[in-house]
Every structure is written in structure tokens, then in C-alpha cells.
Ligand binder design. Structure first.
Ligand code: ATP
Length: 496
């Protein structure tokens, strides 16, 4: 049932031009997607709204657009070369590769939170010294928490092969036929220069955040920012992810919106700042993106799950059809990143407080989100099946087209001409569609499926009195409006 909803959304997204599978013409390329005409508009609208909300409308924020290909030393200093790796396991039978934590967590969610339902007598389980566990109660805790973050490769290996004896999710071979769990780095290396070795090694950035830290000095020196302030970046990141499924939820190339909010931790208490950021993120999701707040929750990372440099991490999670999943991470990263780059580059990254002359190496709070995940959430949250139609009730300011203009009949030149005039009036202000195919009812249904909030029909009365019919997507109600009032009418609707 749940998968059914996701299947329907994925199918609508392809059929109506939101999201296509990547490289489909040549058989597809796993974990890549292309955005079609309306998907491109929706993605752009979400990005623009994010930028406007977090950068342009705040006096304490500035923007940055860092390079995608960057020096290998950035990623060595940040710890990504050594530690940005996922534990993977391969099925020797069907040759599929999986993230080890996902294999276990999917199994746990199928089996439930009650250890007695697992058919394992945890008290009498004999533990091998290589497993990294000592007592059955440790395994029972994992079952109750349904989480394995923070466990090492040996522990994941033991859980999959010896304790739970999990079958391959793809070929289902009983008790599994697994390779050892191994770590794979997620960074994509790029060889720079025409001759191999000439330009040396670079990396496609694995997150946008590091470019904010490496440009911190430049921003401070070239602008008039004062602590506390934030630097925001919106752009592509790349990770060699192998997890299949769930559309654009997890892809190897994705758009990130990241903010590093710098503050002097002697002057500003981090706890209230952290809470303030949670509220700001909530307001963006609920008020700006129009998401139902019942579908959003916060989850605090436990100690074993949190990165060692983070004092607190919380994930905003959204209720996708495949479960509550991370949408947006919020972490207090202390001065870890600036310290690492200061040490590795041997350049001072402190900022001088103009009032006291004190040198400060700022701490940061980092809200980091995947824009494509926001887009998937918007589609899921907006998807409504009614008796006679499927509607995407997308917040009007995000909708790919704001208005669709229809001539009532396609074979009446005077109606077509007038409809083109209305299109020309509206299109410089609002993204406007024009459709004269099929009957009006079908055109409405077609616009409902891509979330167009208003349809304007030009009929014979229009020619007589210059009024049109506006039909509302959500209520299907119609009203008659003068052509001259249309622009103001939509402006008021978009404001409300
Ligand atoms: P996950 O646990 O889902 O892999 P993460 O904790 O590694 O995510 P971060 O590094 O904190 O994620 O990245 C911040 C945000 O970027 C995430 O909350 C998510 O919205 C988005 N994101 C991360 N990886 C991907 C991906 N492969 N595809 C799409 N979005 C992603």
C-alpha cells in the first residue's frame, strides 16, 4: 500500500515531466535523474525561495558560489579523504551491493522493536571475540532503537551474517551469501591536467560546506560582516552512493543548500541559537513550502551516532511513504572545521572583534539540506487522489506554472487570438501555460496533475465584455474576472 503511493508519485513524476531516470536512452545509470520541464521549474522555485529566505531577506547572511572541483588538500584537512566512507556489503549470489547499515535497518523495521519476535535466544547467544559485541542485551538495544549508526565494520558484519543471518534483499538467498563488510569512500576523485599526474588530484566536492570554510578568510576580508553572521551556499555535491530506489531521495549528484552560521562562543550561547535555527527551518518547511506540519518531526542524534566534533546534531525528518527519513540536518560543529583548515593551510582564520580587538576563531551551527529531497517531499505532501482526479496541491508560489490559459474552443480563431493576448499579458509576470488541446475538462485535469493553481478560460463572453473564467485547482470553484484585473488578482492570491 505504502510502496504503491511512492510508485504512483514516481510514475506521475515521469509521465508529467517532473523527474526522468538518468541516461534512460542507454539503459539507465543508477542513482542519477534528470529533471523534465515542470520538474526544472519546481526545483528552481524551491532554490529561489531558499535563497531569498535564508540569504536575501536577512541582514546577517551572505552568499557564496564555490567551485565544484576542488583541491585534494581541502578534503584531506576536512577529514573526508580518511573518513567519508560508507560500510558496504555485496551479495556473492546476485552481485548486488548494499549499504550495510541499510540492510540491517530495513531488516529491523520489517521485524519490529520487540526482541522476542526475532526467534533468537539472546541470553544464550555465544559471542565470537571478533564481533565487537559482548552481551545479548546490546543486540536487544539495537532492536529497540532500530538504529545501527556508530557501529564499526566488524559489528555490522556480525549482525548481518551471524546474529540476524539476513537474506539478500534482492535475490532473497536464504541466510545470505555475503562478502565481508568493507568501507568505500564516497568522494569522487578527478584527475586534473591533460597528461596524467600533471595537474594532480582534485575531488568533486562531497558537500558545499567545506568551500564556505576555505573561503571564510576571503569573505571576512572582502565584506563588512560581523559576528554572528552566516555564509550560505546552494549548489551541486557529489557522493558515490550506491543505494538504489526512492527516486531522488538519495542520488550521486544532488543539490545542497548549506549554511555555516559563525559566532563567538564566548559571547553567544549556542543552545538558544540552535533552538532559533530549528524554528527558522520549521517555518521554512511549513509556511514557505506549505508542508503539513504533522508530517515533520525532529530527531536528536544519540552520542554514538553523532560525529565526534559535533556537540549536538538533530535531524528534521519528513514522513515519506517509505518512513520518517532525514530531510535536513542541524549540527553544532564547534570550531572543528576552521581549526582543521587553519592547521593544514598554516593560514590564520581568526576574525578580530572591532569593539574589543579580541581575536576569535568562530564556532558554527550548520543547517544542511538536500534541495532534491525538499522537492521529493513537496511532491509527496502535495499528492492527493480524489474520486475523479489526481491533484498536486503544491503551494502556489512553488507551482511550476502559476496559471494556464485556455481558449474554450480550438477551432475559433477569434478565441485563440484573445487567449494569446491574455497569455502575453500574464507570462512576463507569472509562469503561464497555454493549452488548446482536447476539451476543457481534460485540460483542467491535466493542469491539476502538475499542480497549476489557476486556469483561465477565454470564451465568447470574453469577446463581448473582456471577462474570463478563473477556475481554482483546490476547490474547483469558478469565478468571473475582468482581464484587466488578472495580474492583481493573482498577486493577492500569491500573497495570502
Ligand atoms: P544521509 O544520512 O541521508 O546519507 P547525511 O547525514 O550524510 O545524509 P549530510 O552530509 O548531513 O547528510 O548532508 C546534508 C543533507 O544533504 C541531508 O540532510 C540530505 O538532505 C542531503 N543529502 C545528503 N546526501 C544526499 C544524497 N546522496 N542525495 C540527496 N540528498 C542528499
Amino acid at each position: 500500500m505504502v510502496e504503491n503511493v511512492m510508485d504512483k508519485i514516481v510514475s506521475l513524476a515521469k509521465r508529467r515531466g517532473f523527474i526522468y531516470p538518468g541516461s534512460e536512452l542507454y539503459g539507465g545509470l543508477a542513482n542519477t535523474y534528470d529533471y523534465g520541464p515542470v520538474g526544472t521549474e519546481l526545483l528552481r522555485n524551491i532554490k529561489n525561495l531558499w535563497w531569498k529566505y535564508f540569504v536575501q531577506s536577512r541582514p546577517d547572511m551572505v552568499g557564496l558560489d564555490g567551485s565544484i572541483i576542488s583541491h585534494h588538500k581541502i578534503w584531506e584537512a576536512s577529514g573526508h579523504v580518511a573518513g567519508f566512507a560508507d560500510a558496504m556489503v555485496d551479495c556473492k549470489n546476485c552481485k548486488s551491493r548494499f549499504r550495510a547499515d541499510h540492510v540491517i535497518e530495513d531488516y529491523l523495521s520489517r521485524m519490529g522493536t520487540d526482541p522476542s519476535q526475532y526467534g533468537i535466544h539472546f541470553k544464550s547467544l555465544v559471542f565470537d571475540s571478533s564481533w565487537g559485541f559482548n552481551k545479548g542485551t546490546e543486540i536487544e538495544d539495537i532492536i529497540r532503537k532500530q538504529k545501527v549508526e556508530g557501529l564499526d565494520e566488524n559489528q555490522l558484519d556480525a549482525l548481518i551474517k551471524y546474529i540476524f543471518k539476513i537474506s539478500c534483499p534482492k535475490c532473497n538467498i536464504k541466510n545470505g551469501n555475503w562478502t565481508p563488510v568493507r568501507k568505500f569512500n564516497l568522494l569522487f576523485p578527478v584527475q586534473l591536467g591533460i597528461v596524467e599526474g600533471e595537474g594532480g588530484l582534485g575531488y568533486l566536492r562531497g558537500e558545499t560546506a567545506q568551500l564556505i570554510f576555505t573561503n571564510f578568510r576571503n569573505v571576512v576580508d572582502s565584506t563588512r560582516v560581523r559576528l554572528p553572521f552566516g555564509i550560505a551556499q546552494l549548489g551541486k555535491s557529489f557522493r558515490n552512493e550506491i543505494t538504489p530506489g526512492n527516486s531522488v531521495f538519495r542520488t550521486i549528484e544532488f543539490e545542497q543548500g548549506e549554511i555555516e552560521y559563525f559566532f563567538d562562543h564566548d559571547e553567544t550561547k549556542w543552545e538558544p541559537l540552535f533552538e532559533e535555527w530549528k524554528k527558522t527551518m520549521d517555518a521554512f518547511v511549513v509556511k514557505q513550502l506549505g508542508i503539513n506540519k504533522e508530517n515533520v518531526r525532529w530527531r536528536l542524534h544519540a552520542d554514538e551516532e553523532r560525529s565526534f566534533y559535533s556537540k549536538r546534531t538533530e535531524d528534521m525528518e519528513y514522513k515519506f511513504p517509505f518512513g520518517f527519513k532525514e530531510l535536513w540536518g542541524l549540527a553544532y560543529r564547534t570550531d572543528y572545521d576552521l581549526t582543521r583548515h587553519q592547521e593544514a593551510s598554516k593560514k590564520e582564520l581568526t576574525i578580530v572583534d572591532p569593539k574589543t580587538g579580541k581575536k576569535v576563531l568562530p564556532h558554527v551551527i550548520e543547517p544542511a539540506v538536500g534541495i532534491n529531497r525538499l522537492l521529493l517531499m513537496v511532491l509527496v505532501d502535495a499528492y492527493v487522489e480524489e474520486e475523479k482526479r489526481t491533484v498536486l496541491k503544491i503551494a502556489p508560489q512553488l507551482a511550476p506554472y502559476k496559471v494556464a490559459v485556455f481558449p474554450l474552443l480550438a477551432n475559433k480563431p477569434e478565441l485563440i487570438k484573445k487567449a494569446h493576448e491574455v497569455f502575453t499579458l500574464l507570462s512576463p509576470v507569472y509562469m503561464t501555460a497555454f493549452d488548446d488541446r482536447g476539451n476543457i475538462g481534460k485540460r483542467y485535469l491535466s493542469q491539476d496533475e502538475i499542480g497549476t493553481p489557476w486556469c483561465v478560460t477565454i470564451d465568447f463572453d470574453t469577446l463581448a465584455d473582456d471577462t474570463v473564467t478563473i477556475r481554482d485547482r483546490d476547490t474547483a470553484r469558478q469565478e468571473r474576472i475582468k482581464v484587466a484585473d488578472l495580474i492583481l488578482y493573482f498577486a493577492r492570491k500569491l500573497e495570502s
